[in-house]
Design a protein around this ligand. Sequence first.
Ligand SMILES: *[C@@H]1O[C@H](CO)[C@@H](O)[C@H](O)[C@H]1NC(C)=O
Ligand SMILES: *[C@@H]1O[C@H](CO)[C@@H](O)[C@H](O)[C@H]1NC(C)=O
Ligand SMILES: *[C@@H]1O[C@H](CO)[C@@H](O)[C@H](O)[C@H]1NC(C)=O
Length: 364
Amino acid sequence: MLLSSAFTLSLLSTIPLTLSHPDSHHAPARQITYSVVPSIFLQSDPSTDASTLNFTATNFGLIPRTYPDAPPGNPKLTQWQRLSHYISTLNRKARARGDRDRKQHYTLLFLARHGEGYHNAAESYFGTPAWNCYYSELEGNDTVTWADPRLTEKGIKQALTVKGFWQHLIQDEKIAVPQRYYTSPLWRCLQTADLTFSGIDLPRKYPFKPVVKEGFREGVSAHTCDRRSTRSAIHKQFPNYQFEHGFPEVDPLWRPLQAETREAQDARSKKVLDEVLGDVDAGVEYISITSHSGEIASLLRVLNHREFRLATGAAIPVLVNITVGPGRRESPSSTLVPPFEPVATCAKPPTTRDSSCNDCSCCK
Ligand SMILES: *[C@@H]1O[C@H](CO)[C@@H](O)[C@H](O)[C@H]1NC(C)=O
Ligand SMILES: *[C@@H]1O[C@H](CO)[C@@H](O)[C@H](O)[C@H]1NC(C)=O
Ligand SMILES: *[C@@H]1O[C@H](CO)[C@@H](O)[C@H](O)[C@H]1NC(C)=O
């Protein structure tokens, strides 16, 4: 018994930790768990009202405070510089503890929601019941396309406001910039990330070269706004973007009148976060993710963050506490092709704007 567990331990320490893929029978089993470091940002505090917090007016919600192991008195350091020092101290200490089986790492995520798209404007125009039960399944109307929609003028302005905010944070607050960028494959996110970070004065070491990942897309619904464009169309418009390995030409997930279940979405969010955050030895501390309202809500559930709804064009940082330990192999339910369920629609747009018909029950 003793011999066999010693053998297992030495095996674990010689095989590099790689993500256990459901298809792989050789990768060591490991489990990645997440929590949020409390009292760093207002948005992770349960008493903060998500609907009124203005992230540009509050320094991204960063709470003015001191941290343990603060650098010896330099009053000129900004709050963001002191936070960077704290994060690198947490990571240095976690590495020094050097547990072979259980690794700890801290990463600051910047989660940004895209600016307003034509589908957002159309939902406000028609009202949610008529949108959900009728118009959202169409490609658009005579004037507007809302299938994989572009940003509206307002959405473009929102993204440029966030760009100005980042420029201010870099110049005046000495914020640590993202070392890696990821985006959803849907057009509104590709465009928002581009408008936000292109042309910002970034260190040469960490250029804006986002990776497009299927796992960061919005919950897949029957709405045509959740069907992505082809890989070649994305590449043509955003030539400096990279694609994750195996990213197919045609959307593999969207299908008419079917929707991904919430459980399937959370399993996909867990999988994509494990891919992005699980390589704790890479030492990456700052990551930007451009995604969607529903998907960010799902990511926050997986991270064990409180619920926090973002307005279009809004962003929140989250300091994530990552533990990689031995554990069971991932279950087959976390593969990328998720379970779907049929969606109800109406033959004609309902005239009510009453939210009790958002599920189309009033058509029956
Ligand atoms: C991170 O999580 C670990 C494991 O739950 C915990 O022991 C540690 O105190 C946490 N770190 C911080 C800074 O909250
Ligand atoms: C948020 O605060 C900024 C100032 O930092 C202000 O210009 C902007 O109008 C505010 N946004 C909202 C939605 O109140
Ligand atoms: C199409 O929908 C938009 C709402 O996004 C609306 O402003 C516009 O008037 C509609 N066009 C027609 C021809 O109905």
